[in-house]
Design a protein around this ligand. Structure first.
Ligand code: ATP
Ligand code: MG
Length: 575
């Protein structure tokens, strides 16, 4: 697979990227910490599809490895919770990382590969008197844990002898006990101001088949035990995670110190990505999928990598977005307009321009010969003349956008109106001479116009100017298409702001999907393949959906042309 453009991107900016994590890494390499090695990892739990927040972590971990000579980034599935995990998720995660442009090479690992080794570490802790089997119920454990203001209470099982603990732990593994009857806990300090240090649970009994180890195990390690040790086993140098784990760091270090491992990675926390008008947690996204609020993990409204891909986002735009938001230690909410700005910027340069009419209004050009067709030249992308030109057919009946005509035009409406002349892009000037209405509905159903043959290509030789330029398609030549318009999935910038008694789903935007089924696109799109992206002139960027078939085209609107981010940025600069 092709290496991602990280280095190119870097060269483009000439100065190497810098943030507090990259600074730490560079300094460690400079002073030859870890013998100059640099190993990072991306450690997803395969309990859902990846979202754009994961993209931030992927770009960071794989990016840092690529930017430093000899750096490597591993992909490790943190698969310690078999009830929620699956092969489907594993495969989707691999696909998404590759699509983003990153490669773990031969370094694909699973925490479950280390189950035997982790078990031995647990035995070692027990032998050192640093872990014990606790037989309190889950509720009791919680109760004994205390609160932020009150210390916890020692479990009555805390004083079990090493022999008894060894015996019980082995029998837990052998499957002699039911789920929840015992757990293995670290013996640290029930009065610690850090709740994570109050004898955290290390192993629990779960009679569940694992997608990789089958029924070999009925005890599974907890995150705080498995994660630090997996990092250590793999020889990770920098274990980068999100801020919520800051308070787990003392436990991470405690574990590795108590077990006297050779490799003690450094945990570094950064602020997770939060994006406005969406939620960013696999668990929450799963609720949307299972509740039928969206069509699946790859619904184009989802903030998942697969949803963004289907919507028409490019990996370049997502990587660029991740670079722009940067890496810091303070949590914030990133405006989704920035993500939209990034895809516009990318597609502006590479998406061919085409004409499509979403809400067609029939226009008959009275003085154009019946049965005649001509081919007009159109540039594929004015931003890139190298993309060439194409021919568009023009004939007596065309469609324009319903919105581009007003019977009684308000001020500043420069498009078509009775008696007014406008330009049809790449074609001719036309003038509206008659309006046909459905009397009952009071709706305009057809316009009659005349064209000026002297304005071929859309320019008048006598210097006569028109204020409006409309897109159009030839009625006889255009293809039918369905176009799906998307709005934000949530009606509130912060979907978690809810009235008492309801949850984030109460903020779902009921109008986030609008399907237009009688659209018309120019004939050059007849064979458009799923995944192809275009700019529909004056409207936005669109991508052929995976539901699309020859003769039954389906397009997703990736993003409209109007760039609210550019405006926000402008007003920010002014201030
Ligand atoms: P979720 O709550 O969505 O399941 P998670 O953190 O539990 O997220 P993991 O599969 O454990 O998901 O995450 C893999 C890596 O991605 C972790 O290192 C995690 O810190 C990082 N990550 C997850 N969400 C974000 C986010 N919103 N921004 C940045 N990094 C994230
Ligand atoms: Mg999680």
């Amino acid at each position: 697979m092709k290496a991602p453009n990280t280095e190119q991107d870097n060269n483009k900016n000439s100065t190497p990227r810098s943030d507090f994590i990259r600074d730490i890494v560079r300094e460690d390499i400079r002073v030859n910490k870890n013998e100059g090695r640099l190993v990072t990892r991306f450690p997803p739990e395969p309990n859902g599809y990846l979202h754009i927040g994961h993209a931030k972590s992927i770009c960071l971990n794989f990016g840092i490895a690529l930017e430093n000579k000899g750096g490597i980034c591993y992909l490790r599935f943190d698969d310690t919770n078999p009830g929620k995990e699956s092969i489907e998720y594993i495969e989707s995660i691999k696909k998404d990382i590759r699509w983003l442009g990153f490669d773990w090479g031969k370094h694909l690992y699973y925490t479950s590969d280390y189950f035997e080794k982790l078990y031995e570490y647990a035995v070692q802790l027990i032998k050192a008197g640093k872990a014990y089997v606790c037989s309190l119920s889950t509720e009791k454990i919680r109760e004994y844990r205390g609160t932020l203001t009150e210390p916890g209470k020692d479990s009555p099982y805390r004083t079990r002898s090493v022999e008894e603990n060894l015996d019980l732990f082995e029998r837990m593994r052998r499957g002699e006990f039911g789920d929840g009857s015992h757990v293995l806990r670290a013996k640290i300090d029930m009065a610690s101001p850090n709740l994570n240090m109050r004898d955290p649970v290390l192993y629990r009994i779960r009679r569940q088949s694992h997608h990789k180890t089958g029924d070999k195990w009925c005890i599974y390690p907890m995150y705080d035990f498995a994660h630090c040790l997996s990092d250590s086993i793999e020889g990770i140098t920098h274990s980068i995670c999100t801020l919520e784990f800051e308070d787990n760091r003392p436990l991470y270090d405690w574990m590795l110190n108590e077990l006297r491992v050779d490799c003690h990675p450094q945990q570094i926390e950064f602020a997770r990505l939060n994006l406005s008008y969406t939620v960013m947690s696999k668990r929450k996204l799963l609720e949307l999928v299972e509740g039928g609020y969206v069509s699946g993990w790859d619904d184009p409204r989802m903030p998942t990598i697969s949803g963004l891909r289907r919507r028409g986002y490019t990996p370049e735009a997502i990587r660029n977005f991740c670079e722009r938001i940067g890496v810091s230690k303070s949590n914030s909410l990133v405006d989704i307009a920035l993500l939209e700005h990034c895809i516009r910027e990318d597609l502006n340069l590479r998406a061919p321009r085409v004409m499509a009419v979403l809400r067609p209004l029939r226009v008959v050009i009275d003085n154009y010969p019946e049965g005649q067709t001509e081919e007009l030249d159109a540039q594929n992308n004015p931003e890139d003349p190298g993309m060439g030109t194409r021919k568009i057919p023009f004939s007596r009946v065309v469609y324009i956008e319903e919105d581009d005509f007003r019977e009684a035009p308000p001020k500043k409406f420069f498009r078509l109106a009775p008696g007014r002349e406008v330009r049809l892009k790449h074609a001719y000037y036309i003038k509206c001479v008659r309006v046909v209405k459905d009397k009952q509905a009071g709706k305009v159903i057809e316009l009659h116009c005349t064209y000026d043959p002297e304005t071929r290509g859309g320019w008048s030789s006598d210097g006569r100017k028109v204020k409006g330029t409309l897109h159009w398609v030839s009625a006889a030549h255009s293809c039918k298409a369905e176009v799906r318009l998307y709005a934000h999935l949530f009606a509130k910038a912060n979907p978690y702001e809810v009235e008492d008694g309801s949850d984030f789903k109460a903020n779902i935007n009921p109008n986030s999907l609008e399907k237009l089924t009688s659209c018309r696109v120019e004939p050059s799109l007849a064979g458009a393949k799923p995944g192809s992206r275009y700019q529909f002139l004056r409207q936005g960027y669109f991508c052929v959906d995976s539901d699309s078939r020859h003769g039954a085209l389906v397009f997703n609107r990736i993003v409209p042309l109007r760039d609210s981010w550019a405006r926000i940025e402008k007003s920010q600069k002014k201030r």
